[in-house]
Design a protein around this ligand. Sequence first.
Ligand SMILES: *Cc1c(COP(=O)(O)O)cnc(C)c1O
Length: 429
Amino acid sequence: MANLKFDTQKIKAGYDPLQNNLAISPPIYQTTAYDFKNTEHAQNLFTYKEAGFLYTRVGNPTVNFFSERVKALDGAKNAVAVGSGMAAISYTLLNLAAKGGTILASPYLYGGSIDAFDRLFPELGVTIKLTDAVLDSEKLEAEITDDVKAIYVESISNPNAYLLDIDAISEVAHKHGVPVVVDNTLATPYLYRPLEHGADIVVYSATKALTGHGNIIAGLILDNGDMSLYTKERYPQFYEPIVMLQGKSTADIFPDNFFIFRATLVYLNLLGAALSPQDAYLGIIGLETLSERVAKQTKNAEKLVKYLESSPAVEWVRHPSAKDYKFKALADKHLTNGGGGLLSFGIKGTPEQEETFINNIKLFHYHVNLGDARSLIVDSPNTTHSELTDEEKVLADIPSNLIRISAGLEDADDLIDDLEQAFKAAGLI
Ligand SMILES: *Cc1c(COP(=O)(O)O)cnc(C)c1O
């Protein structure tokens, strides 16, 4: 399976009909728990001497089909699916900063991540420092102190389509023994595979383009299987004896997979944001068309960018295909399948005209999702990124006139007509 191409893997990886009564569509294991065959079997499962399923919060076959498939698409070694993108992010960072510490984070992030960093993590003894040094690896290196437990970035960021140089960031992080965590939600493995660029851990909101139909909330944590970065000095949590493991540590039990094992055993198990088998199934169906969807979304985004760049109602446009894109060289090198469906633009005119524009949109959906089959439009500074302080908005480069679009799968001409009539209604053209 490993030598098959991406588009074959997205249909086949992680699921074998031969093991499942020859069913071509993966069965939904709608079960809470799994019988023990006898007391020895129960003991073996509890002590991880034998692989198997116990209880759906910590493992389910349908959920595994889903995580195994994404694992193959990303070229990862280990994976776990969880109940949301936020659970994937929180569990990952808590697992790395279990004893407290600092996470250096990109300021170009999903609004909910920044909200968690400002409000939840400090309560748990974790400091998250947003720093634009992620744009300059020399500056970043100067910020990696002994207290730093991870560097956290988005590969393509929301809402400005910033593109970070994960190779450069990983190089300086590894010099100091610190892993790089990449939220690859916007890119999906179709556009970008962070582990091939030196990242150690990838997290997803599988709610978005990865599954792409606006019908589930789901998340994933993946890693590259290299546990050598997690030293006893910086990450003692992996080496502590655990009663339930009969005094062994997570590193003793799974020397090649203790990062995700501990994330599952401690955070998924005890905080409990499990993915349901039904939603995992919908996710698997979504993955089957990942390339086709993201390729069409990219095409539609490119047509919208051309239209917006020529419109007198628009101040600026941000997308990898835009004329004055900030990260052109990096995009040409790394985004060989295109720049994706996310774009943003600055609307000319007063805030009232912006409101009239939004209120006159008919075809685009006005809501907070991304990567859906339907095209979405949203005034990010007032909605998706309203949690950010004014300083955070400046740092994140989110001007107040920013409008975000997630291009869907419609005919681009209809989308352009919709924008045109709404600009007219607002008196902008
Ligand atoms: C939506 C999103 C999240 C959060 O994911 P949920 O599945 O909604 O919890 C995290 N990161 C990015 C980039 C997102 O777009």
